[in-house]
Design a protein around this ligand. Structure first.
Ligand SMILES: Cc1ncc(COP(=O)(O)O)c(C=O)c1O
Length: 503
């Protein structure tokens, strides 16, 4: 196949197979199909595609899906636009210069398999998730501010723990975690979260992600249905996919997960993964009626609920909302928490709270896989908590984050009142700035993100948190690392950048 001779005829992609039952979003399937075709020379440079409306009609999906696939391939350098607004294949050299993302083609073939060799279907579908993290940006939704962390105390306790360690701490740490740390976590949750538990209910994990990985492998068999929030936490979907789950996206409204809709879509699901205190990314908290409905359904159907309570320590208004676990009378809820926001994500320490029976099963299984979370840090962390440093840091950071949140909201509401409306969520380290109708008429959130990137502002589009078609458009704006004095400057730059149409 000649790779460089331009074709004049506009081509269709009607022949591609879309797997509507797949966990891979349709725009990613389309992008993967085209990427493969381009890399293999089947779609040479200069190939011009039919218009997005025609392609959408042929494939039986919405135009937004096609535009999302185009956006991705433009950003990766595989496509470019013609002066008359058409879409063509860019030169192969240009496309290959950008990192080749992992992808699944419609036929199930993985372009990355060429480089990484054969991998399992589960792993291949995991690699197919594309997600733009903006970890280094001031607007990263997950990043805490570590600049005022008490490293002096932390270093002292690490040194103290490891200068003259006990033999058992070096050789014989239990898979469910160091007993002293388990006990400190139980105390901490009682005082900060109002969650009553004993050390026997606690297992130390490698963050929420590690807990979710083990729990999903412990609970699920290949192909089991799992309700996930739509929109939701993409990383949880990766983990569930790797465990062989069949994801069932269940919509979220202003009261959280729509339980009746979940029951309608997959009444026999084995597991539900929810963020009831502060839904990720929207930020709503799940209403009491919904919580009771969910518990009742899980109990009647022998299903498990994983409650991801990732940053409920940072509640900036109102009183604290009781956890789902504290309403659970039947041992259905596995509660997950993390030190990633309170301390730092690289610590990789989190915890799960569940009935002792489940903790014992977890512990025995974990001993057979990766033994336990790294012991370095567990003893020091227990002492850090016992001496009160963690609580002091939490109190200090609550004030810092509340001020940053207020500064961001003030900047958005005064500088972009006609384009963005801010989610009411009062917890955590991020908020969602939803697009108003006026803004939606001008551009999609993916287009906005692309424009902003050109001015050095890196934010995440709300739409990338949807498994299916996005029903809302907006920007997910973290403020953990956004200094109050920078909020106005950055939002006014954002306002200037997004004031006109996308192209
Ligand atoms: C919804 C949600 N859960 C959990 C986490 C924390 O994960 P981990 O404890 O694995 O760092 C994050 C981090 O960004 C998150 O956004």
């Amino acid at each position: 196949m000649e790779k460089s001779r331009p074709q004049k005829r506009r081509v269709s992609i009607a022949g591609m197979h879309i797997d509507r039952a797949s966990a891979v979003p349709i725009h990613l399937q389309i992008a993967a199909h085209l990427r493969n075709g381009i890399l293999q020379g089947v779609l040479p440079a200069g190939t011009q595609f039919l218009g997005s409306r025609e392609i959408a009609r042929e494939l039986g999906c919405s135009r937004t899906v096609i535009l999302a696939a185009w956006d991705l391939l433009y950003a990766e350098g595989y496509l470019e636009s013609t002066p008359r607004g058409g879409v063509t294949v860019a030169s192969v050299k240009q496309a290959q210069a950008s990192p080749a993302p992992a992808a699944v083609s419609s036929s199930g073939e993985d372009s990355s398999a060429i480089e990484i060799g054969p991998v399992s279907d589960r792993w291949r579908s995991l690699l197919a998730f594309d997600y733009d993290t903006n970890w280094k940006s001031e607007f990263s939704p997950g990043a805490p501010d570590v600049s005022s962390f008490p490293f002096k105390e932390w270093a002292r306790l690490l040194r103290q723990a490891w200068q003259n360690p006990k033999n058992s701490d070096c050789l014989d740490l239990p898979p469910e975690g160091h007993p002293v740390l388990r006990s400190e976590i139980a105390n901490f949750l009682g005082s900060v979260r109002g969650l009553v538990c004993t050390p026997g209910n606690v297992a130390v994990t490698s963050g929420t992600s590690g807990a979710l990985d083990f729990c999903s492998r412990m609970i699920l068999d290949q192909g089991d249905e799992v309700w996930v929030e739509e929109p939701g936490f993409v990383e949880a979907r990766w983990t569930l996919t790797a465990a062989g789950a069949r994801l069932i996206p269940v919509p979220v409204d202003d009261k959280g997960l729509c339980v009746p809709e979940g029951i309608r879509l997959a009444p026999n699901a084995k597991l539900v993964v929810v963020t009831p205190s502060h839904q990720y990314p929207i930020g709503v908290s799940m209403g009491l009626e919904r919580r009771l409905e969910l518990l009742d359904w899980a109990n009647r159907n022998d299903a498990w609920i994983i409650e991801d309570d990732y940053n409920s320590e940072f509640r900036h208004q109102d009183s604290m909302i009781a956890s789902l676990r504290s309403l659970d009378r039947d041992g259905r809820v596995i509660y997950l928490g993390t030190f990633s926001k309170l301390m730092m994500p690289s610590l990789r320490i989190g915890y799960m709270i569940a009935d002792e029976r489940l903790i014992r099963a977890f512990s025995k299984g974990r001993a057979r896989i990766d033994v336990h979370t790294s012991g370095i840090g567990q003893v020091a962390l227990a002492e850090f908590m016992r001496e009160g440093h963690l609580l002091r840091h939490l109190r200090r950071m609550r004030k810092v984050y509340a001020a940053r949140r207020a500064a961001l909201i003030d900047a958005i509401t005064t500088l972009m009142p006609d384009d963005l409306t801010v989610s009411s969520a009062a917890t955590g380290l991020h908020l969602v700035a939803f697009f108003t109708d006026r803004m939606r008429a001008r551009m999609t959130d993916a287009e906005a993100v692309k424009l902003l990137l050109q001015t050095g502002i890196h934010v995440q589009p709300l739409s990338q948190n949807y498994l299916g078609e996005p029903t809302q458009q907006g920007l997910v704006l973290g403020y953990g690392r956004l200094h109050t004095e920078d909020a106005r400057r950055l939002i006014s730059k954002m306002a200037a950048c997004l004031s006109g149409p996308a192209s």
